[in-house]
Design a protein around this ligand. Structure first.
Ligand code: C2E
Ligand code: CA
Ligand code: CA
Ligand code: CA
Length: 281
């Protein structure tokens, strides 16, 4: 029996080693990808649920490597967070999002006030002075801070509540909108909601998908909506895949919707076409 157990342990060790080696390989490639410009951003519209109008885009990192393989953001963002590469990757994402806004502004016939939402990881918030980074981007691009929404997750608050409060106030001082991403999936207590300058709660897709056939999910979504309303915050529902969901969420009082019903994450040009037409196809 003992031999069997140790055989297993060795197997696990071997698997750990294999995973570690694969991650290291990906880390090396990702580092090169950042330097060589293999990353790009896809832009997914966030729409006003009652009018259907596009109000902003979420910038989502995409990586097609030299062999033409498309890597899953969930995987390479995790590798970036573990390796610290999220710091240069996150800076690049802010800079790239700003370049896109500047391009769109230049192409627009009427002043374009569309916003861009950029994801900030907890690790990046701890390790990088993100407010000065954003300030530098605003200075060099000429964009005003109110063109940016920054999406943070609860994990940032759990790991460093005091540090995060200072950072969030510094970001607010630049004019940005702050959104709490994947709301409802974290494990922190809710006291932070009244202490931190959060403008928008993003209701995680797991509560939205399938909610029309699940009373419990509807109850959770309702609870989040009334919490947000009581605290004077707006709400965005993720994973809005059907017209019926958009209608139901609008009726429940949710402010914005994001999901395949409106559009999948788009290349910059296709996203800009939506900016011009004003609404989802
Ligand atoms: P997220 O911030 O929750 O982003 C939304 C994810 O849901 C995106 O996945 C998007 O493609 C997907 N999605 C949007 N609408 C729908 C829908 O209607 N149905 C379904 N099934 N999915 C939908 P994606 O692009 O694979 O990104 C995964 C995660 O990777 C993001 O989740 C975010 O946490 C992270 N991520 C992506 N880009 C960045 C980045 O530049 N920085 C950081 N820190 N994280 C990023
Ligand atoms: Ca997000
Ligand atoms: Ca999200
Ligand atoms: Ca999510």
């Amino acid at each position: 029996k003992r031999a069997k157990v140790s055989g297993r342990a060795e197997l696990y060790q071997f698997q750990d080693f294999a995973i570690a080696r694969a991650q290291f390989g990906m880390e090396t490639e990702l580092r090169r990808a950042i330097d060589n410009g293999e990353l790009r951003l896809a832009y997914q519209p966030i729409c006003d649920l009652s009018s259907g109008r596009v109000v902003s885009f979420e910038a989502l990192a995409r990586w097609t490597d030299r062999d033409g393989r498309e890597h899953s953001p969930t995987n390479f963002i995790a590798v970036a967070e573990e390796s610290g590469l999220i710091v240069p990757l996150g800076r690049w994402a802010i800079e790239e999002a700003a370049r896109t806004l500047v391009r769109w502004d230049a192409a627009a016939l009427t002043p374009c006030k569309i916003r861009m939402a950029v994801n900030l990881s907890a690790i990046q918030l701890q390790r990088d002075a993100i407010a000065p980074v954003l300030q530098a981007v605003l200075d060099s691009s000429g964009l005003s801070g109110d063109r940016f929404t920054l999406e943070l997750t609860e994990s940032a608050i759990v790991t460093d509540p005091d540090g995060i409060a200072d950072t969030m106030h510094a970001l607010k001082a630049l004019g940005t909108t702050l959104a709490m991403d994947d709301f409802g999936t974290g494990y922190s207590n809710l006291a932070y909601l009244q202490k931190l300058p959060i403008d928008i709660l993003k209701i995680d897709r797991s509560f939205v998908t399938g909610m029309l056939a699940d009373r419990d999910k509807v109850s959770i979504v309702r609870a989040i909506l009334s919490l947000a309303q009581a605290l004077g915050m707006r709400t965005t529902a993720e994973g809005v895949e059907t017209h019926e969901l958009a209608q139901t969420l609008a009726a429940l009082g949710c402010t914005y919707g994001q999901g395949y019903f409106y559009a999948r994450p788009l290349e910059a040009d296709a996203a800009y076409a939506m900016v011009q037409s004003g609404s989802a196809p």
